[in-house]
Write a protein that binds this ligand. Structure first.
Ligand code: RB5
Length: 161
């Protein structure tokens, strides 16, 4: 199961990629938006990311104008490793070395044909594990190290100096 999400700028590319997923016979859940009206990308990046982090979906594909804002948003959810890619090599290596579980694409950056190639690679490539797994574990360690850290500071009155 693949989680989809986009803002208004990413919607046209998301609709093209839905065609690809249907061609490939892959199941997906679309967490919006489904209208061209202006919306805020963090809302949709978070929704798709929560579906991936919770295990409801295996991978996530998200779209905004550049892919940047929505990827930053998704990466705020613990357990998410979202990459913004506009080339095939990065998409492949993001799977092989980084075990990325979400891909963000910029609808104003990549054309439909390139986006289809990037997504096929992202969905097909395996994680190589080994020494790369140790590094991915270090990424998770950073999340653990700072989990709850900032909200605790707020409770204690914040950093006021
Ligand atoms: C919307 O205009 C645009 O800012 C958004 O889609 C995205 O590119 C932000 O990173």
């Amino acid at each position: 199961m693949i989680a989809l999400g986009s803002d208004h700028a990413g919607l046209p590319l998301k609709l093209e990629i839905i065609k690809l997923l249907n061609e490939l016979g892959l199941e997906f859940t679309d967490f919006g938006t489904d209208s061209p009206d202006r919306v805020d990308y963090p809302v949709y990046g978070k929704r798709a990311a929560l579906a991936v982090a919770s295990g409801q979906c295996e991978r996530g594909l998200i779209f905004c104008g550049t892919g940047v804002g929505i990827s930053i948003s998704a990466n705020k959810v613990p357990g998410i490793r979202c990459v913004v890619c506009s080339d095939c090599y990065s998409a492949s290596m993001a799977r092989r070395h980084n075990d990325a579980n979400m891909l963000a694409l910029g609808a104003r950056v990549v054309g439909v044909d390139l986006a289809r190639m990037i997504i096929k690679l992202f969905l097909d490539e395996p994680f190589e594990g080994g020494r790369h797994a140790e590094r991915v574990n270090l990424i998770s360690g950073i999340e653990e190290e700072y989990r709850g850290q900032y909200s605790k500071q707020e409770q204690e009155g914040g950093c006021s100096s």
